[in-house]
Ligand binder design. Sequence first.
Ligand code: C5P
Length: 223
Amino acid sequence: KPTGPLSGRRAIVTSGPTHEPIDPVRYIANRSSGRQGHAIAAALSRLGAEVTLVSGPVTLADPKGVTVVRVQTAVEMRDAVLAALPADIAVMVAAVADWRVADVSGAKIKKAPGEGPPPLQLTENPDILKTVGHHAQRPRLVVGFAAETDDTVDNGRLKLARKGADFIVANDVSAGSGVEGGVMGGTRNRVTVIGRDSEESWPELDKDMVAEKLAGLIASRLD
Ligand code: C5P
């Protein structure tokens, strides 16, 4: 049994991208590696929390001591997160696809000569963070991420209110962010942690360090 400031606490973390099928062989995805989410799951576990990590498709190893639920789509991720409630802490790090294909084709879509490309009708995916932030079994501490390319803090603050989160960790994913290797898919991150009445900018750090600092902040908030 792990001991630490979070022992006896349950945490749910989402990580990675989602894959939204178009047909049996094609999907819509994004550049998320899952590094930041997996690092947070590991850091919470090291502080003693009982962690369920709901992960989209990633190539990372499962963090030690963490229960990993693997999913492909946003809808599956939402269902897995809700199934893991109740919890004390939710950290939604996954880069969930905003849209999925409305009518997934059961057969591979064929390239028919002379017919041109098929139209893809999209439909909105559930917002998992917002669902958890407004849930009857809302965890005491709900943390979201905000990958922005501009107006990082302003957008983060709006997101905090809209999603019912206690903290939004805003990161600048633009090519001009100056973070070595780029944030999405890279190993470094520079974030601003936005709370209801607080705002802390951290220097550029390894994603593991961001995770450790965030887990520490969470532990101090739950005290
Ligand atoms: O609205 P936006 O996608 O920028 O919000 C990002 C935050 O919301 C992240 O914490 C992400 O994990 C979460 N999110 C979610 N479900 C979605 C979209 C975003 O949980 N469908």
